[in-house]
Design a protein around this ligand. Structure first.
Ligand code: NZQ
Ligand code: ZN
Length: 388
């Protein structure tokens, strides 16, 4: 293991088909007013809204409704939530939805009482809260981002021209999360597989960095293997509880800070993906899927030992009689075959990327000086062209 790190994750998880039965008990830990944040209405159609409201009523809470959190939540919407928090003296923000809703709840929590430009403070300057924050709890309905057990809050500000992530400290992690795999069964197929790829991308972003022999990589490989196995089942049969439960658990561990212990991390695929999301409003996981293969084919040569390890330990490629380049290339071919098998988008033109908007996407993509290679802007443009 390399480096020094602190591992601290305070989120309490309730997992399984009975998980919701714990919500009432959790609610007792907070004051009387709960802001219920949710998306465009899926929770009203699948019954999760009714179950949550019943628990809130049973616990005697005043409910402040905060619907309409959109995928890729905007800063404008964050400011609307902040007003509701201040006007109603909200004691708990209960986010019911996917990563967008939970990310949004953290953003509102940190910004509601911030006396200044919260966008500038948190997302541009990456500062920490210096004001009162509001506790956040979550009920997860769509698997992928890991937002249910981390401090990530990715917000789109079209006026500023950026989709940026802020990783808050443990004080802003959800205090508790309800994880019932059954709640994810109504996610449309396209969203579901996009979430599957998002998980894989989180695993790869943390795996493809560093040179040391590191326990964290062994944990990561185990999660990748479980994910590949279960997603193959779930893509064919989304109602397979065992597979969906395994995927939900993997997603949470893929991005709850465990896998960055002793690792630097890469995250360049996410930077390009966020820039595509900013310009096209495409689904997060699909933006990552569309650029991953050209990106990894480029950086493979800089981190060859890790790409060989990926091929052998994750995909079972046999290295005998082959060069490292051949083994690593075969690993990426296995990744590509799996992506096609589960049905993610592998061409960014399907997401609205065009020759005309590539310069704007490249301008919005942050280039991080980490991972095996620091890209140039021209390389970002090349990756985008190859991704089409
Ligand atoms: O809005 P509703 O009607 O609820 O519909 C949602 C939405 O349209 C639907 N959905 C969710 N649960 C459902 C369901 N539909 C039917 N049944 C259910 N049970 O799915 C759609 C997508 O939801 P969303 O929350 O946007 O998806 P996801 O969880 O992928 O979140 C994406 C956002 O998270 C950010 C992304 O950038 C993006 O903005 N990320 C957050 C991270 C973090 N916190 O650490 C890391 C990630 O890399 C990512 O950047
Ligand atoms: Zn992601």
């Amino acid at each position: 293991m390399e480096g020094n790190f602190i591992y601290h994750n305070p989120t309490k998880l309730y997992f399984g088909e009975e998980a919701m039965s714990h919500l009432g008990k959790e609610l007792k830990n907070y004051g009387p007013t709960v802001m219920l944040s949710y998306g465009g209405g899926s929770i009203k159609r699948n019954g999760i809204y009714d179950a949550v409201v019943a628990a809130l009523k049973e616990a005697g809470k005043n409910i402040v409704e905060n619907p309409g959190v959109m995928p890729n939540p905007t800063y404008e919407k964050v400011l609307e939530g902040c007003r509701l928090v201040r006007e109603n003296g909200v004691d708990l923000i209960l986010a019911v939805g996917g990563g967008s809703t939970i990310d949004y709840a953290k953003a509102v929590s940190a910004s509601a009482y911030y006396d200044g430009d919260a966008w500038d403070h948190y997302w541009v300057h990456q500062e920490n809260p210096v004001c009162q924050t509001v506790p956040v709890g979550s009920v997860l309905t769509m698997v992928g981002t890991g937002s249910e057990m981390n401090g990530g809050s990715v917000i789109t500000n079209r006026k500023a021209g950026f989709k940026l992530g802020k990783v808050f400290g443990p004080g802003l992690y959800p205090k508790f999360t309800i994880l019932n795999p059954r709640f994810t069964m109504t996610v449309p197929h396209y969203q579901m597989v996009a979430g599957f790829f998002d998980i894989m991308s989180h695993l790869m972003e943390q795996y493809f960095a560093g040179h040391a022999d590191c326990t964290t990589d062994y944990l990561n490989e185990g999660l990748m293997r479980s994910l590949i196995h279960s997603t193959r089942i779930a893509a064919k049969n989304p109602q397979d509880y065992e597979a969906r439960a395994n995927i939900m658990w993997t997603a949470t561990w893929a991005l709850n800070t465990l896998l960055k212990c002793g690792k630097g991390g890469d995250w360049e695929v996410h930077q390009i993906g966020h820039a595509i999301g900013l310009v096209t409003d495409a689904t997060h996981g699909m933006t990552l899927a569309s650029v991953s293969l050209p990106y990894y084919r480029l950086v493979m040569h800089d981190g060859l030992h890790q790409f060989v390890r990926f091929a052998v330990n994750v995909w079972g490629v046999r290295p005998d009689g082959k060069t490292d380049e051949q083994v690593a290339t075969e690993g990426l071919e296995c990744l590509e075959a799996w992506m096609k098998e589960i049905g993610v988008v592998t061409h960014s033109r399907e997401l609205g990327v065009t020759d005309q908007n590539i310069p704007a996407i490249a301008d919005a993509a942050l280039i991080l000086p980490v991972g095996y290679r620091t890209l140039t802007r021209d390389e970002v443009v090349d990756i985008l062209h190859q991704s089409m």
